[in-house]
Design a binder for this molecule. Structure first.
Ligand code: IPE
Ligand code: IPE
Ligand code: MG
Length: 248
């Protein structure tokens, strides 16, 4: 029996009632994973897709209702052109291939980020997948693509400023709720847990506002190696934390 099957159900040392309701993941270390095998970086990205597929299924199996992953940052355009092009093609190919399965598994997919500058054919796949899964309810799966936390904040500022300038809103109408309704993540709870693979202790422009009280878990494991056993460790660490939210 494979590990995947052993961990099909929530491990008994985890408390179902204290699971994070929303997990954000910085899927990092694909390049280093490939380098260690003496392979081109892009192979790491390809393997990373399998990791993501199983994590998504695991969240469903264990009862975690929302997963948000960082697939491509606004800064990632600075990588070599071949790598960027490979990633864009990979996203499109995976979306096309997995859409049926996501529909069947009752997964609602949504993309956040500045999607307008992505290749047109990718934009079309994105629109189709979001539309086809919009009524699905088992898990909210959000993919941050051409996402930047600062850019998200700026576009919300501009949209609100425009409404104030045209008299639709008064400055005193700007509450946390109104603000959040202008973010890409409108309607999603804040992440309870942020997982970052490959050991980097930074958030790299991910969900800056939303992460205010997320518990942060960093593992040395590289993303393509992040399996259910590693995920279990992250959840155990999370359940060992005391979330005080500023109180005593
Ligand atoms: C994360 O892995 C995937 C993306 C940023 C698209 P990396 O490609 O950053 O892998 P490392 O950090 O170079 O090992
Ligand atoms: C963050 O990883 C972005 C994604 C995982 C998509 P990076 O590899 O781009 O982050 P830095 O450069 O190490 O901060
Ligand atoms: Mg990286």
């Amino acid at each position: 029996m494979t590990v995947k099957h052993i961990l099909k159900e929530l491990p008994v040392d985890l408390d179902y009632h204290r699971l994070p309701r929303h997990i954000a993941v910085i899927m990092d270390g694909n390049g280093r994973w490939a380098k260690r095998q003496g392979k081109p970086r892009v192979l790491g990205h390809q393997r990373g897709v399998d990791t993501l597929k199983d994590l998504l299924r695991c969240c469903k199996d264990w009862g975690i209702p929302a997963l948000t992953v960082y697939a491509f940052s606004t800064e990632n355009w600075g990588r070599p052109l071949e790598e960027v092009e490979f990633l864009m093609t990979l996203f499109e190919r995976v979306l096309r291939r997995e859409l049926k399965e996501m529909c069947k598994e009752n997964i609602k997919i949504r993309f956040v980020g500045n999607l307008e500058v992505l290749p047109l054919s990718l934009q079309q796949e994105i629109a189709r997948s979001m539309d086809d899964t919009k009524d699905n309810r088992d898990i909210d799966f959000t993919v941050a693509t051409n996402y930047g936390g600062r850019q998200e904040i700026l576009q919300a500022c501009r949209a609100i400023a425009q409404k104030v300038a045209s008299g639709l809103l008064k400055p005193e109408d700007i509450t946390e709720e109104l603000w959040e309704s202008h973010l890409y993540t409108a309607g999603l709870n804040h992440p309870d847990l942020l997982i970052r693979t490959s050991g980097e202790m930074r958030i790299s422009n991910f969900l800056l506002w939303q992460m205010a009280y997320a518990e942060i878990y960093v593992t040395e494991t590289l993303w393509p190696d992040f399996d259910r056993i590693e995920f279990h460790k992250a959840l155990l660490a999370y359940q060992g934390r005391e979330r005080r939210f500023g109180k005593v």
